[in-house]
Design a protein around this ligand. Structure first.
Ligand code: FCB
Length: 441
C-alpha cells in the first residue's frame, strides 16, 4: 500500500492510467491498416521473438471490461491514443469502423466517469506514409493535421484533453538515429529531419485543432535525467549534450522557438532547408504539457561518432528493463520544466511506471517492487507540487501489461496482469494500492 492519500494532493488533482493504441488494441481487427511496427517486427532481430501488435491485449473487443478496471480503482482519467492506421488505413482514407471504435470507447469512458485524455500519435505510422518518407517528409505535418481533424471531428467534442505527439525523442531520435524503434533507421540526416518535422507536425496539428474550436491541447515530452559518469569535464559535457538532444531540444522548440546550440552545431547541416522559419508554427500556444519519466542515464564520453558518448550502468537498484530507479529526477524535471519552459501552464505527469517479472500465484500478483516505485515517485510528485510546480495530474504507465515495442510481450508494465495466452486480466497488488489511495469501490 502507498502511504499517500488523495488528500495529500491538491483539490481536483487528476489521477489516471495510460495505454497506447498499438500496444493494446489488436491491429488485426476493425479494418486497421498496416503500420511501421508491423513492418519493423517482421524484420530480423528487431523485436523479441518477432512479436507484433496483431492481437496484443485484444482491447478492441474487451475495452468495456478494461475501462471497468480503471473505474473500479477510482481513477479519474484514462490516457489513451488513437491509431492513425485504424482511422486511416493508408494514412489518408477514412475507415468508418475505426472512427466508430473511438466513438464507442469515448462514450464508454464517459459512462464510467473517466476523463478522456487522447494522444493523437503514439507511434503506429501507417506503412503507406512511411513509403512516402514518413517523418523524413515535410508533408507529414499536413498529413498529421488531416488525421487530427478527422479523428477529433468525431470525438473531439468529448475529450478532456488532446495531445499531439507522444515522446518526440522516441519518434525522431530513437527510431531514426539509434534505429531501436520503427522504422529502424540509423541515419543522422533522417534523424535531423524527423526531429524537426515531428515538431512541425505537432504545431500544424495544434493549429488545425484550435481552428476547430478544440481546447485543452498539449503535447507529451519524455525526459531522462543525464548524470555524468565521472568528474571529468568531458563527462560533464557529454551529459550536457545528452540532456540537450534528449530533453531540451523538443520542449525548447515548442516553447522557446529555438534549438539548443550543441545540437544545432552537430545536426545543423542535416536539418531541412528553412528550418529556422518554422518556429511560428512549432510554438503554437499550448494549454498544458505532459512529462513522461522513468529513469536516468549515466553518460560517459567515447571516441565513437557523434554524439561521442554512451550510457553505462549506474549504481542504483534497477527495474526489469535495467533502468535505474531515480525518483529525484521526476521532481527535478517538473521543477525545471516549469522554471525554464512552461511557467504557470498546467503540467501533467503523463507516464511513469516500471516493468517487473510479474507472475500470478493463486490469483494474486504481488508486485511489491512496483508499489515501492510508485510510492517513491508519488513522493517526488508531492515534492514538486510543494516547490510550486503547477502540476495538475499524474498518469501511471500502464493500465495493463502490453506490447512493449521492441521488447515484445516480455516486459510487464501493467497495474493489471495480462495472460497473453488466455488474455485473462488479473489486477496486481499495485492496482489495489491505487484503489486504496483513490477510494475506488
Ligand atoms: C514510453 C512509451 C510507452 C511505453 C513506456 C514503457 O517510452 O511511451 O509506450 O513503452 O515507455
Amino acid at each position: 500500500m502507498f502511504t499517500h492519500s488523495r488528500s495529500d494532493f491538491p483539490q481536483g488533482f487528476v489521477f489516471g492510467a495510460a495505454t497506447s493504441a498499438y500496444q493494446i488494441e489488436g491491429h488485426a481487427h476493425g479494418g486497421a491498416g498496416r503500420t511501421i511496427w508491423d513492418d519493423f517486427a517482421a524484420g530480423p532481430g528487431n523485436v523479441v521473438r518477432g512479436e507484433d501488435g496483431a492481437l496484443a491485449c485484444d482491447h478492441y473487443h474487451r475495452y468495456e471490461a478494461d475501462l471497468d478496471l480503471l473505474q473500479a480503482a477510482g481513477f479519474d482519467a484514462y490516457r489513451f491514443s488513437t491509431s492513425w492506421a485504424r482511422v486511416m488505413p493508408d494514412g489518408r482514407t477514412v475507415n468508418p469502423e475505426g472512427l466508430d471504435f473511438y466513438d464507442r470507447l469515448t462514450d464508454a469512458m464517459l459512462e464510467r466517469g473517466l476523463k478522456p485524455c487522447a494522444t493523437l500519435y503514439h507511434w503506429e505510422l501507417p506503412s503507406a506514409l512511411q513509403d512516402k518518407g514518413g517523418w523524413r517528409n515535410r508533408d507529414i505535418a499536413g498529413w498529421l493535421a488531416d488525421f487530427a481533424e478527422t479523428i477529433m471531428g468525431r470525438i473531439g467534442d468529448r475529450m478532456y484533453s488532446v495531445a499531439t505527439i507522444n515522446e518526440f525523442w522516441c519518434v525522431a531520435f530513437l527510431s531514426h538515429f539509434l534505429g531501436h524503434h520503427a522504422p529502424g533507421t540509423r541515419d543522422i540526416r533522417a534523424a535531423a529531419r524527423a526531429m524537426h518535422h515531428v515538431l512541425l507536425a505537432h504545431g500544424t496539428a495544434i493549429e488545425r485543432m484550435r481552428g476547430m474550436g478544440l481546447s485543452n491541447l498539449g503535447a507529451v515530452f519524455n525526459m531522462e535525467w543525464a548524470t555524468p559518469a565521472d568528474d571529468r569535464a568531458e563527462a560533464a559535457e557529454a551529459a550536457a549534450l545528452y540532456d540537450d538532444y534528449y530533453n531540451h531540444f523538443y520542449i525548447s522548440g515548442a516553447f522557446k522557438g529555438r534549438y539548443p546550440d550543441r545540437v544545432v552545431d552537430a545536426l545543423g547541416p542535416h536539418l531541412p532547408d528553412g528550418w529556422q522559419d518554422d518556429f511560428g508554427t512549432i510554438t503554437a500556444p499550448l494549454d498544458w504539457a505532459g512529462v513522461n519519466y522513468y529513469t536516468r542515464s549515466i553518460i560517459a564520453p567515447n571516441d565513437g561518432p557523434w554524439p561521442h558518448h554512451n550510457s553505462v550502468p549506474g549504481p542504483l537498484p534497477k527495474t526489469q528493463m535495467g533502468w535505474e530507479i531515480y525518483p529525484q529526477g521526476l521532481r527535478d524535471f517538473l521543477v525545471r520544466t516549469a522554471a525554464e519552459y512552461t511557467g504557470d501552464l498546467p503540467l501533467f505527469v503523463t507516464e511513469n511506471g516500471m516493468s517487473n517479472a510479474d507472475t500470478v500465484a493463486g490469483g494474486v500478483v504481488q508486485d511489491d517492487a512496483r508499489i515501492a516505485y510508485f510510492q517513491s515517485h508519488l513522493a517526488a510528485v508531492r515534492d514538486a507540487i510543494a516547490a510550486g510546480v503547477p502540476l495538475k495530474g499524474y498518469m501511471a504507465w500502464s493500465l495493463m501489461d502490453n506490447y512493449e515495442w521492441a521488447l515484445g510481450y516480455e516486459k510487464r508494465f501493467g497495474l493489471v496482469h495480462v495472460d497473453f495466452e488466455t488474455l485473462e486480466r488479473t489486477p496486481k497488488a499495485s492496482w489495489h494500492a491505487f484503489k486504496a489511495m483513490l477510494g475506488g469501490d
